[in-house]
Design a protein around this ligand. Structure first.
Ligand code: DLL
Length: 445
């Protein structure tokens, strides 16, 4: 095996020993250097000396997003500012970003972690990697970039957008690996078809897709569109960026967590107690090697489960499931909880529909109402008499979608069919929820 995967095959006790040593260092670092953590520990009656085993992690207080905002911009930084070499921020669309910082060593670790993730997804030294994650404060572009260079790939720093140009360079440079959000790669593939090209004939063999929730059905659709293998990559800026967990090309069945750098916990978001392995809960991460912005028990808001069963690929690291969605993106429709990615699954099971959809939220009295806007495929639209989406054939389809959602996801929604190409295409994170309930139109990140 390559040097990029050796820690991933360690035994559990070996990994636990390393994690504990690094946890101690991290706890000491924040206790000594970050007033926020010192106060938070002391208000629980804890000092850094009280962390005597890995289990003691659970005695430490949680960190939440608002703590980063409260300490904006630099008050959580645990090193002198002249050791910081990079600043990134959250990709939220409104307000001030949550700021994260890295030392030179942090960037080196992050590059190693992402190199390992790309390797896990099938990328190899000498490959061309087309990176269509946005470059900027968002961690996707530069995170993948440095990992790709670290692995020894020829890295094409495309960033998001300018889809026609992306396609030209894919045709001309013939990259073997692409990294993008799943919704953007879908957009690229569909645009190729509209331009008369066959995406299955492209050079792309492996796709590294993440930064937004997506479903198994979406994976199947992307793999068929391009004839490639698509792997899920997870991460968040507050904890580091992309690479915290990555799916292996061998199994495509859950994401391997980089446990030598992060400890994962899964908690019930209401009781804050741990949930058993295999049960869904909120992911919580503690960083183990970060210098500039170490983070203790960060509540991600992301819902997933974990398993500690070794993977068929030979890696022994804890795996997390696909993220179902963020707690704050969970829709409560007439008392039933549902994530947009679950609705995506049912949409993609119907041949007449494509993966372009949005959920519009409205308020009626005290009730929240949800409308599903979903595009029909070209062939269904072209075959409709007068291309009339109110024709009884289309109305039958609406009823069928409503029945499926009711029976499979237990939700009742108004459904509006949209003609092909009418829902805005994603060039980064797709906007699945359009919220009309507040005076200023807000859209989920
Ligand atoms: O999205 C980092 C990233 C870049 C991950 C590129 C993967 C690839 P943020 O902008 O801080 O960072 O957003 C983090 O995006 O809390 C999740 O809600 C969501 N997210 C990230 N990866 C996945 C994924 C980057 N694979 C937030 N599946 C996280 C589902 C994801 N949701």
């Amino acid at each position: 095996m390559s040097t990029f995967v050796q820690e991933e095959t360690w035994g559990q006790s070996e990994m636990a020993e390393l994690q504990f040593m690094r946890l101690k260092e991290t706890v000491n670092r924040v206790y000594q250097n970050v007033p926020f953590y010192r106060h938070a520990f002391e208000s629980e009656g804890i000092t850094s000396d009280d962390v005597r085993s890995l289990a003691d992690l659970q005695r430490l207080p949680f960190t939440k997003k608002h703590h980063l905002r409260d300490n904006y911009p630099f008050d959580l930084i645990a090193t002198p500012m002249d050791e910081v070499v990079r600043i990134h921020g959250s990709s939220g669309t409104s307000g001030k970003p949550t700021v994260v910082a890295y030392t030179k060593k942090d960037i080196e670790h992050w590059s190693d972690i992402v190199a390992r993730a790309i390797y896990m997804a099938g990328g190899r030294r000498g490959d061309l990697l087309h990176n269509a994650y946005g470059y900027g404060l968002f961690t996707g572009g530069l995170g993948l970039h440095h990992g790709s260079e670290r692995l020894g790939c020829a890295t094409i720093p495309m960033s998001g957008g300018n889809t026609a140009r992306q396609i030209t360079l894919i045709q001309d440079f013939k990259p073997r690996v692409i990294s993008a959000t799943p919704s953007y790669l879908m957009n690229i593939g569909e645009t190729m078809k509209e331009m008369g090209m066959d995406p299955t004939e492209s050079s792309l063999k492996y796709a590294i897709l993440g930064a937004e929730p997506w479903s198994e059905e979406m994976r199947a659709a992307i793999e068929a569109l391009f004839d490639l293998k698509a792997m899920d990559i997870y991460g968040l800026s507050e904890v580091m960026g992309p690479g915290i967990a990555m799916e292996c090309v061998d199994c495509q069945d859950g994401l391997h967590i980089a446990e030598d750098h992060f400890i994962v916990e899964v908690i019930d978001p209401e009781t804050l107690l741990p949930v058993p392995d295999g049960d869904d809960g909120e992911l919580v991460f503690t960083s183990l090697t970060k210098e500039a912005l170490p983070i203790i028990r960060y509540r991600t808001g992301d819902i997933a489960s974990i398993t500690r069963e070794p993977c068929r690929c030979g890696r022994t690291t804890t795996k997390m499931s696909r993220v179902k969605g963020r707690i704050d993106d969970m829709l409560i429709i007439r008392g039933v909880n549902v994530f947009p990615s679950e609705i995506e699954r049912y949409i993609l099971q119907m041949d007449e529909l494509v993966c372009h959809y949005q959920i519009h939220l409205h308020k009626k009295g005290v009730m929240d109402l949800a409308e599903l806007h979903v595009e029909v495929c070209e062939s269904f639209f072209d075959a409709l008499p007068d291309k009339d989406l109110t024709h009884p054939i289309a109305e039958d389809l609406v009823k069928r979608i409503q029945r499926t959602l009711k029976m499979q996801a237990l939700v009742s929604m108004d459904v509006f069919l949209k003609k092909p190409n009418s829902i805005p295409r994603s060039e980064g994170k797709a906007k699945r929820i359009v919220d009309h309930r507040s005076p200023t139109l807000s859209v989920s990140k």
